[in-house]
Ligand binder design. Structure first.
Ligand SMILES: Cc1cc2nc3c(=O)[nH]c(=O)nc-3n(C[C@H](O)[C@H](O)[C@H](O)COP(=O)(O)O)c2cc1C
Length: 247
């Protein structure tokens, strides 16, 4: 127990540095401490787990779209840290034009899933979309477009009032960079992710925007589900990209 008090004092000292990242890092350590029901634990071991067991090359290779999750909720501390790391992404003219809406209400996610399936089935009937192969899945009552993940993080692009979204900056591209950061960071925390483009049309409707209280000027661009994976880690083969060397 004495060791625990010492650790707490040490962490509070570091906290005085007042960095958002340090705060969240400390929150994370506390969450892990709590989970072990004891302060007598190896803080050092935990730090190593996050820093060293996931070198950047392994993490990039490990990332894949996870489509099966356990029911375990992702803690607020981890979500805050994911967002902090997402915002380390570069952005055009350093505008940092992103916002994060976090949804963990399973009934609301179910509602958005049902509406999204209906939306796409309707556009398939009208021949507006060429995703015919998805029809059996969309018609399947059991299919939840969010794969029953506990959390959806919707990355939203902020339009700059003075600058047109399309011409001079690329808020959407900046949000995608933040999204990749988030998905890679998730691996370091033992979490899985999957972007859910299928939800976008419904997330952009006035009804759902109002329900989610998405502020004016923010456009949902990249919804990502997050949770603890229960899949068998299947990896999709990559095709050879175009590569040209100009010497
Ligand atoms: C913008 C975007 C939207 C996507 N939307 C969906 C989606 O709605 N549902 C889904 O299961 N996967 C979705 N994906 C995941 C892709 O299917 C997946 O990234 C691709 O098949 C490659 O597999 P991997 O991510 O496992 O490497 C999306 C990916 C991106 C980049």
């Amino acid at each position: 127990m004495q060791k625990g008090i010492l650790i707490t004092e040490k962490l509070n000292l570091i906290k005085k540095e007042d960095s958002f990242l340090v705060d969240n890092y400390i929150d994370l350590i506390f969450i892990r401490l709590e989970a072990r029901m004891s302060l007598q634990m190896e803080v050092d071991t935990d730090l190593k787990e996050i820093n060293n067991s996931n070198d950047i090359f392994t993490v990039i290779k490990k990332r894949h779209s996870v489509r099966s999750y356990t029911k375990k909720m992702v803690s607020e501390g981890l979500i805050k840290m994911l967002i902090e790391l997402a915002t380390r992404a570069p952005s055009s003219m350093n505008r940092q034009p992103w916002g994060f809406i976090i949804v963990s209400n399973s009934q609301l996610l179910e509602k958005i899933s049902l509406k999204s399936k209906a939306h796409f089935l309707n556009s398939l009937d009208k021949n507006e979309h060429k995703i015919g192969e998805l029809k059996p899945l969309l018609e399947n009552e059991e299919f939840n477009i969010f794969y029953n993940a506990p959390v959806l993080i919707i990355i939203c692009a902020r339009e700059d009032e003075n600058i047109s979204m399309k011409e001079e900056t690329s808020p959407e591209a900046d949000c995608f960079l933040a999204g990749e950061n988030l998905m890679l960071a998730a691996i370091g925390m033992g979490l899985g992710t999957c972007p859910i483009g299928l939800s976008l049309p419904v997330l952009r409707t006035n009804e759902i925007r109002t329900t989610l209280d998405i502020p004016k000027g923010y456009l949902p661009v990249l919804p990502i589900v997050v949770g603890y994976p229960s899949d068998n880690e299947s990896y999709v083969e990559r095709q050879r990209p175009l590569i040209k060397w100009i010497h």
